[in-house]
Design a protein around this ligand. Structure first.
Ligand code: SF4
Length: 394
């Protein structure tokens, strides 16, 4: 657990635009939801002090969670930092906190609501902070996919495994159909469990984590995997392909990790002789195959903590985290660079900025509950089932 550094209040707001990927707006993940209140101006010099004062006023009633990919200006106010599952569990372990402010994205706040008590209210500072990967698998699309599998005569052999980075609806679908949730740390154990229950796995929504785990960790071949495209009739697959496949991968991906390429790996090796390439398993298979090490954000942090002085690292994950790690380990003589030459922030994670955090904390301190994320009871029950199966993994 990384505790907050609320005494170090000299971090400046990140001077960057939100849509850093150089692409057009993504109407599905960036839903354009307006904040219902008056946001403080980003140039207000008192923002840090205002956030600190509001948080102090709320005391133990509020618990602020900061995902690893959040900006420094937000992370400085986090009571804990971590990946989405760890944060949801940390919130559940703080029943005295009535308000859980989740500095992350929408599906993470849903997971926190599922795992915390009914008395705890989960708040997302900006409702437009979605996740393009989670949005690539909707409840309707997944229900249609199940019909296709049923039609092909394979549904009974299929166990769904859904990545944590999915909506509460998809988690509930998974629980209802005998499957479980996985994180990037336990995907191998989740697949082992699933293959003990059935002959095939439907992996949602990240094709890359599914493929990388199946091929790197489970000894399956690329030919054992097929790609289900929800935008094509029958997923673009024949009944025969579905019958022959062991892994049915949903055609979803992370727009941030998907940007790393084989060229990025070759380029950094040429630029920095002796560099260790360490990437997240949400990267494409060819990137993972060319890397020296592969692992979750927690794995990346631990690997860098254990790295010897003088070692050189190129990291393939979200830039806010890489930059923070580079600064943290520079005094120990560890050279850490971002794997790609271009910036690679998660644009939706970056929506949570200091003005939104100040607005949220001040509203709560005034007794106004804003931007609550609440999962309905039925969805919650099935989603919890899928999460509990994950928690019961050996
Ligand atoms: S980094 Fe990728 S998976 Fe994570 S929130 Fe952003 S788009 Fe979603």
């Amino acid at each position: 657990m990384t505790t907050a550094q609320t005494t170090e209040l000299d971090v400046q707001p990140t001077p960057l635009a939100l849509l850093l990927l150089g692409r057009e707006a993504d109407p599905r993940s960036e839903r354009g939801v307006e904040c219902p209140g008056d946001l403080p101006s980003p140039s207000d010099p008192d923002l840090v002090e205002r956030a600190r004062a509001a948080k102090e006023k709320l005391g133990d009633k509020v618990f602020v969670l900061g995902h690893h990919y959040q900006r420094d200006e937000v992370i400085q106010f986090a009571d804990v930092t971590g990946d989405s599952f760890k944060l949801a569990r940390d919130a559940a372990a703080r029943p005295e906190a009535e308000y859980i402010v989740f500095c992350g994205v929408h599906f993470m706040a849903e997971s926190a609501d599922i795992l915390t008590s009914d008395d705890q209210k989960v708040v997302l500072p900006d409702l437009a902070a979605g996740c393009s990967m989670a949005d690539m698998a909707t409840a309707e699309q997944v229900a249609e996919c199940w019909d296709v599998l049923t039609e092909a005569g394979v549904a009974e052999q299929v166990v769904p495994v859904s990545y944590m980075n999915s909506s509460a609806d998809i988690k509930a679908f998974t629980g209802k159909h005998g499957g479980l949730i996985c994180t990037s740390s336990n995907a191998k154990r989740a697949l082992e469990w699933a293959f003990e229950q059935g002959e095939k796995v439907l992996f949602l929504p990240d094709q890359h984590l599914g493929r990388n785990t199946a091929v790197r960790d489970m000894g399956l071949s690329l030919d054992d995997c097929v790609l289900y495209n929800p935008h094509k009739p029958n997923g673009g697959l024949t009944a025969e392909q579905l019958r022959d496949a062991k892994m049915i991968l949903w055609r979803g991906h992370c727009s941030v990790h998907g940007r790393f390429s084989l060229e990025s790996v070759e380029d950094v090796r040429a630029r920095i002789p002796g560099v260790n390439v360490l990437v997240h398993p949400e990267c494409k298979h060819e990137v993972v195959a060319a890397a020296d090490y592969v692992g979750s954000t927690e794995y990346i942090i631990k690997a860098l903590e254990a790295a010897p002085a003088g070692s050189k690292w190129a990291i393939g994950t979200e830039l806010n985290l890489v930059r923070r790690l580079a600064n943290r380990f520079a005094p120990e003589g560890k050279e850490i660079v971002f794997l790609d030459k271009t910036v690679c922030f998660c644009s939706t994670m970056n929506r949570i900025d200091l003005p939104h955090l100040v607005w949220t904390l001040e509203s709560l301190a005034e007794g106004k509950l804003v931007n609550r994320i609440e999962v309905d009871k039925e969805t919650e029950a099935f989603a919890k089932l899928a999460l509990e199966r994950m928690l019961a993994l050996p």
